[in-house]
Design a protein around this ligand. Structure first.
Ligand code: ZN
Length: 85
C-alpha cells in the first residue's frame, strides 16, 4: 500500500478533522477524499480508535503532549514505518 501524492496534502489536516476543529468546507473535502482513499481511512480509523481507547480507559481526553505525539504520526514517513504500509 502506498500513499498517493494527494494524501500528503490531506494527512496533516486529518487531525483537525478528527478533533472536530476543521471547517465545514474542509470536512467535506476530506470526506470526499476518504471515500476514494483507503490509506487515509486507515489513518483516520487508527487515530479515532486510539483517542476512543484513551477516553474509555482513561476517562478523559488525550493530554496535549500525547495528542501532539499522536498527531506526529501524521508525519507520513513515521506512519508508514510504524504500520508497515
Ligand atoms: Zn489519501
Amino acid at each position: 500500500m502506498k500513499f498517493q501524492e494527494s494524501c500528503r496534502a490531506y494527512l496533516p489536516k486529518l487531525s483537525l478533522y478528527i478533533s472536530g476543529e476543521a471547517e465545514e468546507a474542509l470536512c467535506t473535502e476530506i470526506e470526499r477524499h476518504l471515500e476514494v482513499c483507503e490509506n487515509c481511512r486507515i489513518v483516520v480509523d487508527t487515530l479515532r480508535k486510539t483517542i476512543l481507547l484513551y477516553r474509555t480507559w482513561g476517562g478523559q481526553d488525550l493530554p496535549e503532549d500525547t495528542k501532539e505525539r499522536l498527531y506526529h504520526i501524521l508525519d507520513i514517513d513515521t506512519f508508514l514505518d510504524e504500520h508497515d504500509l
